[in-house]
Design a protein around this ligand. Structure first.
Ligand code: PRP
Length: 184
């Protein structure tokens, strides 16, 4: 069975520290005092989004609205583009709005790429992207996030919002899933 390794890959303390650094970078390079809409991609984004937005707010960044969408991109892994399925859309018209897309991880890149294109097509202005984790070795489409917390190897990680079959999102750190024998 697959279970989270007890030794974290990234400790909760290190995540806190890095989220603070990212908030400083985002305020310096993106928000300034201009209001923006934070668009989080559920469910994975929820912990990172909450921590990041509070840090940005502490630094004087002007988060005008927090919005969320639930979506997934699907198709065969050999396709360079996939269909974006929106299960719950943003509850705001982004035309002319500055938008920061927030997600937990960019892996193949399909989700971030598709959401970014969709919001640009809707007229979003000054669109930027922030992710906690980046797995560049898995990329299938050419997209990089503007703000990245950590770049990691191709490991299956859980915690701090990331799940395995909807489990382990609540872990305060990020850790690798490992195979362990079933208990008798
Ligand atoms: C995960 C993650 C990203 C996406 C990244 O979402 O939260 O949104 O996959 O993968 P990609 O770069 O290969 O597109 P998932 O669909 O697992 O849903 P979740 O957010 O509910 O965990």
């Amino acid at each position: 069975m697959l279970v989270p390794r007890t030794t974290p890959l990234i400790t909760g303390e290190r995540i806190c520290e890095r989220v603070r650094e990212l908030a400083v970078q985002i305020v310096d390079e993106y928000c300034g005092e201009e209001p923006f809409i934070a668009a989080g991609l559920l469910r994975g984004c929820y912990v990172f989004m909450a921590d990041l937005m509070r840090e940005i707010s502490r630094l004087g960044g002007h988060v005008r609205e927090l919005e969320f969408m639930v979506c997934s991109s699907y198709g065969s892994s050999t396709e360079s583009s996939r269909t974006l399925e929106i299960q719950r859309d943003l509850n705001i018209d982004v035309r002319g709005e500055r938008v920061l897309i927030v997600d937990d991880i960019v892996d193949t890149g399909h989700t971030l790429y598709a959401v970014k294109q969709m919001l640009l097509n809707r007229g979003a202005d000054d669109l930027n992207t922030a992710v906690l984790l980046d797995k560049p070795s898995r990329r299938e489409v050419a997209i990089d996030a503007d703000f990245v917390g950590f770049t990691i190897e191709n490991l299956f990680v859980v915690g701090y919002g990331l799940d395995y079959a909807q489990r382990y999102r609540e872990l305060p750190h990020i850790t690798v899933l490992e195979e362990r024998p079933e208990p008798d």
